[in-house]
Design a protein around this ligand. Structure first.
Ligand SMILES: [Cu+2]
Length: 150
């Protein structure tokens, strides 16, 4: 047994102090980070199209469609990290998670349902692909945007 403070062994007092310090640091950081969801429903789109999160959060994309899709970073516009992302979301449950640790904008698209123009911007893949509007017309590229706040 080492020295005692009151009736508690010193080691236990030190441990309690350390835990208290850790709790204080954790509280000072404030936002512990949560996981936000983006889904691919049974059509060529990401929902929600636009999602606002906080630095420290994670975004999880899940493909519930019967077709494969992808999450591809639009690096010309992306300031939130994860440049070069090019991930397959397999049909019927494929998923990927990205953790965002600093503010910025993550602009992305699906390379199967959008293509790049001469300026490397995603454009609709043609008359039969991309997002379908209420009147049944296609033409909007499958894309989305994550805004990461401080
Ligand atoms: Cu797609």
């Amino acid at each position: 047994m080492g020295p005692k403070i009151g009736r508690l062994p010193l080691g236990l007092v030190v441990l309690i102090g350390a835990l208290g310090t850790m709790a204080a640091i954790w509280a000072a950081q404030g936002h512990a980070g949560s996981t936000r969801q983006v889904r691919v429903p049974d059509s060529d789109r990401f929902t929600p199209f636009a999602l606002t999160i906080k630095a420290g959060d994670e975004v999880r994309w899940t493909n519930t469609d019967e077709d494969d899709h992808t999450v591809v970073s639009d690096d010309a516009l992306n300031t939130a990290g994860h440049n070069g992302t090019n991930t397959l979301l397999k049909a019927n449950g494929g998923h990927v998670s990205l953790h965002f640790d600093h503010p910025g904008t993550f602009v992305y698209y699906c390379r199967f349902h959008a293509k790049l123009d001469g300026f490397k911007q995603p454009i609709a893949p043609g008359p039969d692909g991309g997002i379908q509007d209420a009147s049944g017309k296609f033409g909007t590229p499958m894309s989305g945007v994550i805004t990461v706040l401080p």
